[in-house]
Design a protein around this ligand. Structure first.
Ligand code: CU
Length: 308
């Protein structure tokens, strides 16, 4: 019975390997492909490395070990059953064999660790970032802000089924607003949570980290192609956990700059913004204080407003 299970599992794995290789050609970029089995197509150097590690290092080793063990089991079942081998041997140790079955697995693990650590260090060693995006997980949506560009938090909520269908976008992946980043630039993502633990995961970039209240985690990616990339919260965070997708739009640097101008327009005239001043009796004093701060903040960005 065990043999049958093992054989079925093995056959399933072989079919899986075959399918994922076959599906590669037609795989969608930035979102899951229906009926596909392999990892999502890569759109960042880290993800390419992760796919190499999985497909070229781990899978052949796993497949080889599974086939080897299956063959050994087969030999034992056929040659050493009660009928074929009525008088079993009485010995219980074989030093050479025991040394071999200790050293060979150690060698395999060491071999894996070389590539594993290389990948781990690649994730850890962030190049000098060109852009920082702060991501906050909420029950149940995401907030994206750009501290260097002085863009306040943009909330991103999932599109409902009707709107997604109308726009021909994938339901439960599409959101009303995107995290926008320029192509080919190193993006540092600072991730935190506002209420419970969420997790920021964009498979095409090969990045995932937890969004923990009171703690800031950072990850990085460099998008290789413009387009829309989808991810999801991957930490059970409550009833609408499945309804807080991540939508990343990768655009050209020019498009990004234009977008930044629309989000953080240098408007020196609009200095008297209704700042959050809760019912203060000294009305004239309140707007006077934040006004110089506001203009000072926007001094550096004295460019014309580009709306698109
Ligand atoms: Cu969540």
């Amino acid at each position: 019975m065990n043999m049958r299970k093992l054989a079925a599992g093995l056959a399933g794995m072989m079919v899986g390997v075959g399918f994922s290789a076959q599906a590669l050609a037609a795989e969608l970029l930035g979102q899951p492909t229906p009926d596909a089995i392999g990892l999502q197509q890569a759109a960042s150097p880290l993800k390419h490395s992760a796919i190499f590690f999985h497909n070229a290092i781990l899978m052949p080793i796993i497949t080889g070990i599974a086939v080897f063990v299956a063959i050994l089991l087969g030999i034992i079942v056929v040659r050493f059953n009660k009928k074929a081998n009525p008088v079993p041997a009485k010995f219980s140790h074989n030093t050479a064999l025991e040394v071999a079955w200790t050293l060979i697995p150690v060698g395999i693990l060491l071999f894996i660790s070389i590539f594993s650590f290389k990948l781990l260090f690649a994730y850890h060693d962030m190049p000098k970032p060109d852009l920082t995006v702060k991501v906050v997980g909420y029950q149940w949506y995401w907030g994206y802000s750009y501290p260097d560009q002085k863009i306040d938090e943009i909330t991103s909520v999932m599109l409902n089924e009707a709107d997604a269908k109308k726009a021909n976008l994938p339901y439960r992946l599409a959101a009303d607003t995107s995290m926008i980043v320029p192509v080919g630039k190193t993006v540092r993502v600072l991730v935190t949570g506002a209420d419970v633990i969420h997790a920021f995961f964009v498979p095409a970039f090969g990045v995932m980290t937890s969004a923990i209240p009171g703690r800031v985690n950072d990850i990085w990616f460099t998008a290789e192609k413009t387009g829309t990339y989808y991810g999801q919260c991957v930490q059970l965070c409550g009833t609408d956990h499945a309804y807080m997708p991540i939508q990343v739009k990768v655009v050209t640097q020019e498009e990004f700059d234009a977008w930044v101008l629309t989000k953080a327009p240098p408007a020196p005239a609009a200095a008297v913004t209704p700042a959050a001043t809760p019912a203060a009796p000294a009305a004239p004093a309140a707007p006077a204080a934040p006004a110089p701060q506001k203009t000072a903040q926007l001094d550096g960005a004295a460019k014309p407003v580009a709306m698109n």
